[in-house]
Write a protein that binds this ligand. Sequence first.
Ligand SMILES: [Ca+2]
Length: 220
Amino acid sequence: MFSYCLNILLNQFFSPFFNFSVGSKPKLYAKITLVIVSAVTTTVFIAFCIVLGLLIKEKFGETNNNCESGNYHNVLWDIAVGKPAQQSSTFPPNEAERAVDGNRNTDILQNSCSHTADSPEQNPWWRVDLRAVYYIVSVRMLNRGMDEHGIDVSDRLQNVTVTVGLTESSVNTTCGFFAGPGTLSQLVVLVCPPETMGRYVMVSILTGPLTLCEVDVIGF
Ligand SMILES: [Ca+2]
């Protein structure tokens, strides 16, 4: 943010001074006055940028300081990749983090899909902690594909509900529902209602197991 703001300031306020030449005392006083006025204006502008940046950070979270890049129109991205994840149970070694590891391989034997317990479990779930509060635009779930032995259980992905919440214990704002059944390596896209906001995103299913090869959370 500072580099962007300083670039503007240098171009707007300081460039005229570089053309100054030594002259009479009245001219010198005028130049000094202009420099002081410009310095005060610069200080005020920098303070304004700092306050604006802090307000944006407080409202939207630590990664939303778009003054730095100048790309305010381009605020959508996957905010889940690499974030801590948990699930109701685990069918080893398919930990919850594998659904946000950035690897989109859909063969579960290639170690990039999460998988809850293989034994019967009611309402298994998977949850990611975004580490900050975001407006959630959509959630995309990448279903498992055929494994190297030719086994296809992609239809297990059905009756899936995605919810969002501000705390671990209150992830109950509905983003969307997928009736399914899923197909091989299907990318299920759920668009949340406007103003859906939260830090935690949860995927839950009526009956397990729940397998997710990647979950993308799009928000800002
Ligand atoms: Ca993955």
